[in-house]
Design a protein around this ligand. Structure first.
Ligand SMILES: [Zn+2]
Ligand SMILES: [Zn+2]
Length: 342
């Protein structure tokens, strides 16, 4: 079968992989689309993500949707439109016993070498990690449910989004969904910052009250001014670079919360301990999501969340390399870029 293969840094080419055979409890899914996550782009451009790299060519992609090809005895009938949860927990370790499946000590993750990702015609995946999506959802947009789940989880981790003044630093898919979720959860006022103007337009569409363009405006100073020097209650970091974290720390009020979702390229942050300590800040890191698919899919079904505005570009799998380059350069208003199979 056809598969996109990453051979090296900035080198994704179409190749072949053997067809998978579903094992016990697995379904076979025919892939329709895979969207590119920041972690895929880190792997593409830097050759590693969070210290994980690879040896041979591997199949990238973990945000995937498709149609069940072979139910394999499970109750997901052939023809069912589905999205995949890329993380498979062991259900045996202490974290799983606590219901913290995303922190499973033996987690298997789609596209984290040596596990092949989803950018291939067929994928066999555990049936309990495969979720039905409503017929009304465009299957090319459906993979974007994965970053929505991450946003849902991030907002869940914040202790008091209702009534809070919130800032979201970084308006990629996760940042945009985070601000949307903060809105749905009753945030009082939402600031959003990003260097890219088109993303700020989307942020306003999704519910941000005030947006500031990094590099053109001084978001830190403006947010402080707009809050009469008080700062925000909760700041979500959804960008990655050091400067983004610095901006978060600048705008959060004493006893406020910093929720870090982004992935720093160098896997390292510099912080001045006194600046956090004196304000007694709570800093929370986010590890993807935990069992958020059913809720995310329900929000999409209800129309509370629209996936379409964030799915900005579509490329046939033959042009996967171009899709990656666009996602890396973030030009042309790109937020989520899909690689599509016919
Ligand atoms: Zn992702
Ligand atoms: Zn486990």
């Amino acid at each position: 079968m056809l598969a996109a293969l990453q051979h090296g840094i900035r080198d994704v080419r179409l190749g072949e992989r053997p067809e998978p055979t579903p094992g016990p409890g697995e379904v076979l899914v025919r892939t329709k689309a895979v969207t590119l996550c920041a972690s895929d782009v880190h792997m593409f451009a830097e050759g590693n993500v969070g210290g994980v790299s690879w040896d041979g060519p591997f199949v990238p992609g973990h945000e995937a949707a498709g149609v069940v090809e072979d139910a394999n005895g499970t109750d997901l009938a052939a023809g069912t439109p589905v999205v995949l949860d890329p993380a498979v927990a062991c259900h045996e370790c202490d974290m799983c016993a606590e219901g913290l499946f995303h922190l499973c000590r033996n987690l298997k993750f789609c596209d984290l070498p040596p596990v092949d990702g989803a950018m291939r015609e067929l994928i066999a995946w555990p049936a309990d990690r495969v979720f039905r999506v409503p017929e009304s959802v465009d299957l090319v947009e459906a993979p974007v449910i994965e970053p929505l789940c991450v946003a849902l989880h991030a907002v869940e981790l914040a202790s008091r989004p209702a009534g809070a003044v919130v800032a979201v630093v970084g308006c990629g898919a996760i940042g945009l969904f985070t601000l949307r979720m903060a809105r749905l959860r009753g945030a009082k006022r939402i600031f959003a910052t990003d260097p890219i103007r088109e993303r700020l337009e989307l942020a306003r569409e999704l519910g941000a009250d005030d947006t500031m363009q990094v590099g053109v405006q001084d978001p830190g100073a403006e947010i402080l001014k707009a809050t009469d020097g008080r700062g925000v209650d909760i700041v979500f970091e959804a960008a990655g670079p050091q400067e983004a974290l610095d901006q978060c720390l600048e705008v959060v009020r004493p006893a406020g919360e910093v929720v870090i979702i982004g992935i720093p390229s160098a896997d390292e942050y510099r912080i001045r301990a006194s600046s956090l300590r004196r304000r007694e800040l709570a800093v929370r890191f986010v590890r993807r999501q935990n069992e958020n698919y059913p809720e995310a899919i329900e929000l999409v079904r209800q129309g509370a969340i629209r996936l379409g505005p964030l799915l900005t570009h579509r490329f046939p799998v033959e042009r996967a390399q171009e899709a990656f380059l666009l996602a890396e350069r973030k030009v042309d208003g790109a937020v989520r870029v899909a690689v599509v199979f016919d």
